[in-house]
Design a protein around this ligand. Structure first.
Ligand SMILES: Nc1ncnc2c1ncn2[C@@H]1O[C@H](COP(=O)(O)OP(=O)(O)OP(=O)(O)O)[C@@H](O)[C@H]1O
Ligand SMILES: O=C(O)[C@H](O)[C@@H](O)[C@H](O)[C@H](O)CO
Length: 198
């Protein structure tokens, strides 16, 4: 993990140029890293569709997480399938890209590979990279959400940060810390994605 972090630290900040035109952008990261907040803002500003992966968790998955029990691969495969199946049929009238923002934790390489290989359209990932301390503060302050703060450690334990190889391929990482407002994160994301929204 430490090795991955240091690799990432030297290579964050922009998407491979060929993926600037990706149709779908998956905003990934641990719980409370700000995926939903950012995706809402991006979708609002660009007119793109927004798909929230949390909406596709089964009742059983939600109950597990609410009870502070981390999901397993077996819990996540059907969830990723349902997410894929629903994204698959989405079409928008937008003629610009990206057309879809998808929030999805995508904690493991294998989960990202599932989306890479199943989604019909070109996809790239924007990884919101946040320290455990910052995520813990955010999740503790958040109200009205099923995910308890006690899950933060397991989210980081599970996390396989995007490798340098993935970053050469289709992942950009954005460092997010406690000094960045939602507007700051939006602006940084737009720069990384090459979007010219205000
Ligand atoms: N830049 C920011 N500064 C301060 N608070 C923020 C910022 N961005 C998001 N938040 C707050 O942090 C909390 C987590 O954000 P959000 O729900 O968007 O994260 P998430 O990654 O979608 O979480 P989850 O995967 O658990 O649904 C929310 O209460 C949100 O209002
Ligand atoms: O893979 C997972 O463990 C889950 O997707 C979680 O990340 C939560 O659903 C999400 O973060 C909501 O709090």
């Amino acid at each position: 993990m430490t090795e991955q972090l240091s690799t990432l630290a030297t290579s964050t900040g922009s998407l491979p140029r060929s993926l600037g035109a990706a149709v779908a952008v998956v905003i990934m990261g641990v719980s409370a890293s700000g995926k939903t907040t950012l995706a809402h803002a991006l979708a609002r500003q660009t007119g793109a569709l927004f798909i929230e992966a949390d909406d596709y968790h089964s009742t059983a998955n939600r109950a597990k997480m609410s009870a502070g029990i981390p999901l397993t691969d077996q819990d996540r495969w059907p969830w990723l399938y349902t997410l894929y199946a629903s994204s698959h049929h989405q079409e928008t009238t937008s003629i610009s890209t990206p057309r879809i923002f998808i929030t999805c934790s995508c904690l493991k390489r294998s989960y990202r590979d599932v989306l890479r290989s199943t989604l019909d359209y070109s996809v790239c990932f924007l990884y919101l990279r946040m320290s455990p301390e910052c995520a813990r503060v955010r999740i503790t302050r958040r109200t009205g959400h099923f995910m308890p703060a006690s899950m933060i450690d397991s989210q980081f334990a599970m996390l396989e940060e995007p490798t340098a190889e993935e970053q050469d391929m289709d992942v950009a990482a954005l460092e997010v810390d406690s000094t960045m407002s939602a507007a700051d994160v939006l602006a940084a994301a737009c720069t990384v994605l090459g979007l010219s929204v205000a």
